[in-house]
Every structure is written in C-alpha cells, then in structure tokens.
Design a protein around this ligand. Sequence first.
Ligand code: SAM
Length: 261
Amino acid sequence: MTPWLAKRCCKRSNFVDAGYVTQLSDVIGVVTDMYSTRFHLSQQARRGMLALGACLSERRLAWLRNGLGSLEQGHWLARHGWVPNVKDRFAVFTAALDLVKGHRPLYLEFGVYKGRTIRWWSNNLNCDQARFVGFDTFTGLPEDWRHDARRGSFNAGQIPLIDDPRVSFVRGLFHEILPDWTPPDHDQLIVSVDCDLYTSSREVLDWLDPHLSPGTLVYFDDLFERDHEPRAMTEWLQRHRHRVHPLVMGRWGHHLLLEYR
Ligand SMILES: C[S@@+](CC[C@H](N)C(=O)[O-])C[C@H]1O[C@@H](n2cnc3c(N)ncnc32)[C@H](O)[C@@H]1O
C-alpha cells in the first residue's frame, strides 16, 4: 500500500496511525499477491499456508478469522457510508434514542440475560406508549458460542425484575416462540440482536423480515465473532442490499446500528 493510500484509509476511518495501516496492508498484500500469482507460486502459497495452519492454535485461528471479519466490515462500510465510532453500546443506544420519532415505539430485545440493556432502554426512552419486550430462554445459550462461552453460558436463572409496566418478557427458544408471537401495535420498531449465536441471530432476522418498515432501527451487539452475528447480519444485508444503512458503530465495529429505509 502506498503511503498516500494508507493516509486515505486512515482519514476515512478516522484512524491516526498511517504507519500501522501500511504494515498491516503489507502483510495482506504479500499473502494475496502470493495467492493471485498463477501456477506454481499459488500452489506454493497454499502449501505454505497449510504448513502455517498446522502450527496455529485454535485461538490464533479464531483471531485470524475475526480479523478477516473486520476487513469485511471495513469493506462494506466504505461502500455503504463510513459512520462515526462511539465508545460503547450505551453511546450507540444514545445515538439511537435521537432517532426514535414514533409515539408508540416498540423495542424488541433478543438476548436479555440479566436485563442490563433492556433496563437501560426502559430508563431512557421516556414515552408512555413505548413497549419493551425481551426474549430469552433465561437458561443460557442453547449451543456453544466460543471456547470460553459454551452452551448454558449466560444462564440468568430467572426473568429480570424491572419495575416498569411497559416492559414484558417472552421466555423460550426463539424458533419455538417467534412463529406464534404477534408484535403489539407500534409505529416504530427498534430491534436489538444480542443473542451471540449465528443460528439464533438468523432466526431473529428471518422473523423480522415481514415486520421491517422505513425507520426500523436494528442494533447488532457482537460483531466480532465472524462466524456468528456477522454471518447472520451479512446474509440479512444481502436480502436488503439497498435498504439498510449504517448509522453509528461502537468499539470499532463491535456494535453497529443500522436503519431500514
Ligand atoms: C450475551 S447474552 C445477552 C446480554 C444482554 N443483552 C445484556 O444486557 O446483558 C445472550 C443471551 O441470548 C440468549 N439466547 C441465545 N440464543 C437464544 C435462543 N435461540 N433463544 C432464546 N434465547 C437465546 C441467551 O440465553 C443469553 O441470555
């Protein structure tokens, strides 16, 4: 990568260290050049990669996969509008709050655990007719997610106690409860996908499709495990290519808020 291009990337992403970007892109350049060279070298490159892979631990491989996920996210953002980055999920929610224009907003949270984020919404969305519905098994993840978050992680043990009559919960597995669940009357939908797993996120997004309308906000909490939420999000974005626009990200792509237009 030329210094000029590195500077341009940095400017676009608001990232200050052009030297760092150049170093990273040099490594990527070497790998992709080796692969794209025809005949022997690309075979050599594959052979080298196999040898390298043989020495890598599961954890390092996961880092590489997730690094590729960040590259893909940067690629997508550059083509759909680079967005501001904020400190954490609550700063993303604060930005989302400014976009809640309806008088009867409906906030749906898929993945509640102990209720930290749904509580934030009930405390901060001051609108009498707002409704907040949280969906969860409350017994933890139905499948393994990461090496340090296996099936049963995030077992809350009970439904959270939230002293707000606008808040309710639906208990069970998404694929069992969603087909029979009808959303209450609303004029704007805000959806939080915070269920970590690919299958769970995909079930939520499939269910969501017929309920989307202009102004719907969709928040993804965990976009750092490429094979999980990002994979489900990418498939969903492919279905709604021209209608979904990024608005703000948190922790450099760990969280992302999108709007359906
Ligand atoms: C990371 S936690 C949610 C964190 C939460 N939003 C907070 O404020 O702390 C993920 C939750 O998703 C739930 N979950 C994942 N897949 C699910 C599924 N298919 N059906 C129901 N709940 C699911 C798990 O039980 C777990 O409580």
